[in-house]
Every structure is written in structure tokens, then in C-alpha cells.
Design a protein around this ligand. Structure first.
Ligand SMILES: Cc1cc2nc3c(=O)[nH]c(=O)nc-3n(C[C@H](O)[C@H](O)[C@H](O)COP(=O)(O)OP(=O)(O)OC[C@H]3O[C@@H](n4cnc5c(N)ncnc54)[C@H](O)[C@@H]3O)c2cc1C
Length: 365
């Protein structure tokens, strides 16, 4: 067999006949003029999993993704079986390739507005393009709002953390601080105490009550009173927490409960608005266990509807929603087929007959 030229320029041979190996990256970005069975808004774990289920069910599916998954500052995705520690960007690259492998389209872009139209939705992108979708899967995720304390945002996902399951192991046995920001903060301190014996609770503007003080003290969590002014950084590492009175408490990681805000402004035209989450952690779009929202034809999956979902749970919800949407489309198509069978001269049956006879050759007269 002739050797392959690994460089692709044919220059690695020694007089032998070479076959040039070229890697062609084809990204399908031409939008279908007749629209899609499903448009998925957001190409994170939830959206890509939904798209995979749909593409494998031979549905035309378009994923529009603005490219800012929630966990992008983190070095790796943890607690994900068989892909433990994979960089978030690599996970999504693999997911996009898998969806494309079954004919799904994934393209960069931002959905600006969705409005109802005949047989589905008009999905308008912020760059001026628009597509029709019979069904919509909202998987646009959420953003984390942090307290307005200098230094926090720049360290987010690195040594300013929120989730013991995402990065607790990585800070085990370190000097960990927990910033009191809301109802979850004492719970967070107790969870991180499982990972380190050196946990300090910064009461900040939310001093713990008597019962909470007893719980923290009983578990060996130190309590520091006083408002936090900033985090101390040395080189590229968090080294402490500075209080308003100037005291610096040495810490290697700081746990902060963010307020979770969903990215759902584009749904306003459908009357679908986020609600406050009952756990007091931020917002969510209400949906049932299959992802079905209160707006017919619209499903939601991932952090947009479950702010606590980790990557595995977001992916599972996307798969569930994709399967449910496929089932919903099948039900609609079956109703239409039955109606056509009962009335062979209806406009619907004529249109179906025309489609079968002409396929792609049909025109708009
Ligand atoms: C710092 C940090 C670390 C984490 N670490 C872990 C971990 O180790 N393990 C783990 O399991 N979980 C982790 N998580 C949780 C994880 O980020 C979420 O579970 C996951 O991102 C949810 O997936 P999703 O698909 O719902 O949303 P996302 O991953 O946020 O994806 C949503 C996508 O939709 C796009 N989008 C938004 N609006 C629009 C629009 N209008 N048009 C088009 N696209 C749009 C966004 O740009 C984004 O690409 C972490 C979270 C944070 C904050």
C-alpha cells in the first residue's frame, strides 16, 4: 500500500508514490429553505443530546449555538462517567461531530426572538437570518450572577467555586472559604467540610442564626464575622479573603453560591417567561419531567429549566426532550395520515400526494 503523506503537502516521500491525505472539515451552514422539524436553541450538553436523538430519528434538526456554555471557565468536566475530567470545549466538539454525523446541522449564532406562525415557529437570529421550526427545543442554559466583590468573577470556575461535585475533589484538604450569600451557603459549607477539615464560613452580610452556628461549629467550620471586601490574588492563585476592616484570612479556594439567571429573553414573544426557582437559587423555565413547557410545541432541557442539573443530567434531559418531540411529531403526522386516508380529496391529501410524486422537484404554483 502506498504510504500516506502526513503533512498533506506531499513532501514527506522518499521517491515513492504518495497519496495525499487531506482532512476536510465540512460544516453545513446553508439553512434549509423549507425549515426544520426542530430548531434547538443552545448547543451545550442538553441541546446537543436532544439534537442527537432527533437526528438519529431522521428529523431535520438545526442547533443554533451562541458558544458560551456555563462551565467554560472550568478546566474539566467532573462527575461524568466515562468522560471524567474532559475539557468542556472538547466534550462539546465531540457532541457537535456526533450530531453532524447523523445529518443534524449545528451552527454558531444567537437566537434573538421566536414567534408563533402557521404550523410552528419563526426563529429569528440576531444576524438577520430566520428559519421555520415545527417544534422548538430550548436549551440555552443559564448564567451565574456573582456578588459584586472585586476579584470574584476573574477567578470563577478556577478557585472561586460553587459545586462540591464539580470541583470539590480538586480542592480537597485545602484551606477553603465559604462566602455567605444566600439560603444555600451553610449547606455548601457543610458539603465542603466533607472534602476538607479546614473550612471557614465568611458571614459577610448574612450572619448565621443560632441553629446554623451550632451546626457549623459542631462540624468544625470556623466562622468569620465582618463584610468581605475583596479576594486576594498572588500570581495566578487565590491566596485569601480581605475583610472591610483590612484583615486578610488566608484561603486557597472560595465557595460562592451564584444566582442563576436563565437566558430566555428570546421567548418573550411566545409568552414564556422565567419563574423564580422555589429553592431560592435563581430562575428557571417551568417544564414537566419530559421537558414540555406550558407553550404547545416548545420543550426545554438542561439548566434553563433545571438550574441544578450537572452535565450528565442536562444531557439526559436533552435526550428525553428530543425523544418526546419526535413522538409528538409522529402523533401529528399520524393524525394527518389518518385524515388523508379518510378523505382522499382533501387539500391535505393532495399536498401529500404531490410531495410523494414530485419529491424535491415540486414548485410553488
Ligand atoms: C464553573 C462551573 C463549573 C462546572 N463544572 C461542572 C462539572 O465539573 N461537572 C458537571 O457535570 N457540571 C458542571 N457544571 C454545570 C454545567 O455547566 C451545566 O450542567 C451544563 O453547562 C448545562 O448544560 P446546558 O446545555 O443546559 O447549558 P450550557 O452548557 O450553558 O449551554 C447552553 C448553550 O446555549 C447557548 N445560548 C444561550 N442563549 C442562546 C441563544 N439565544 N441563541 C443561541 N444559543 C444560545 C449558550 O451560548 C451555550 O453555548 C459547572 C458549572 C459551572 C458554572
Amino acid at each position: 500500500m502506498a504510504p500516506f503523506c502526513q503533512t498533506g503537502n506531499g513532501a514527506c516521500g522518499n521517491g515513492q508514490r504518495l497519496r495525499i491525505l487531506s482532512v476536510e472539515v465540512v460544516e453545513v451552514t446553508d439553512l434549509r429553505k423549507d425549515g426544520y422539524d426542530v430548531v434547538v436553541v443552545g448547543g451545550g450538553a442538553a441541546g446537543l443530546s436532544g439534537a442527537l436523538a432527533l437526528a438519529r430519528s431522521r428529523r431535520t434538526v438545526l442547533v443554533v449555538d451562541a458558544g458560551s456554555p456555563r462551565n467554560v471557565p472550568a478546566a474539566g468536566v467532573h462527575n461524568l462517567l466515562a468522560r471524567e475530567g474532559i475539557p468542556p470545549v472538547e466534550l462539546l466538539e465531540r457532541g457537535r461531530a456526533e450530531v453532524r454525523g447523523y445529518g443534524g446541522q449545528v451552527m454558531p449564532g444567537e437566537v434573538g426572538a421566536v414567534t408563533r406562525e402557521k404550523d410552528g415557529f419563526a426563529v429569528a437570529l440576531t444576524d438577520g437570518r430566520a428559519v421555520h421550526a415545527r417544534r422548538l427545543l430550548v436549551a440555552a442554559g443559564a448564567v451565574d450572577e456573582l456578588p459584586d466583590i472585586p476579584g470574584l468573577r476573574a477567578r470563577w470556575g478556577r478557585d472561586v467555586l460553587h459545586c462540591p461535585y464539580c470541583h470539590g475533589w480538586e480542592v480537597r484538604d485545602q484551606a477553603v472559604g465559604v462566602l455567605a450569600t444566600g439560603p444555600m451557603s451553610v449547606h455548601q459549607a457543610l458539603l465542603f467540610r466533607q472534602l476538607s477539615a479546614d473550612v471557614t464560613y465568611f458571614a459577610h452580610t448574612l450572619p448565621p442564626g443560632d441553629e446554623q452556628t451550632e451546626e457549623l461549629t459542631a462540624r468544625g467550620v470556623g466562622i468569620v464575622h465582618g463584610e468581605v471586601a475583596s479576594v486576594e490574588i498572588d500570581g495566578d492563585r487565590l491566596v485569601g479573603v480581605r475583610l472591610r476592616d483590612g484583615t486578610v484570612v488566608g484561603r486557597e479556594a472560595l465557595v460562592v453560591a451564584s444566582r442563576i439567571v436563565v437566558r430566555a429573553g428570546f421567548l418573550a414573544g411566545l409568552g414564556l417567561r422565567p419563574a423564580e426557582h422555589p429553592a431560592g437559587i435563581g430562575q428557571y423555565i417551568p417544564a414537566d419531567a419530559t421537558g414540555r413547557t406550558e407553550v404547545p410545541g416548545v420543550w426545554a432541557a438542561g439548566n434553563v429549566t433545571d438550574p441544578a442539573a450537572q452535565v450528565g443530567a442536562a444531557a439526559a434531559a436533552g435526550t428525553m426532550a428530543g425523544a418526546q418531540i419526535n413522538a409528538d411529531l409522529i402523533a401529528e403526522e399520524t393524525r394527518q395520515a389518518v385524515a388523508a386516508r379518510r378523505d382522499p380529496f382533501s387539500a391535505e391529501s393532495e399536498s401529500r400526494l404531490c410531495e410523494q410524486a414530485m419529491g424535491d422537484r415540486r414548485h410553488g404554483i
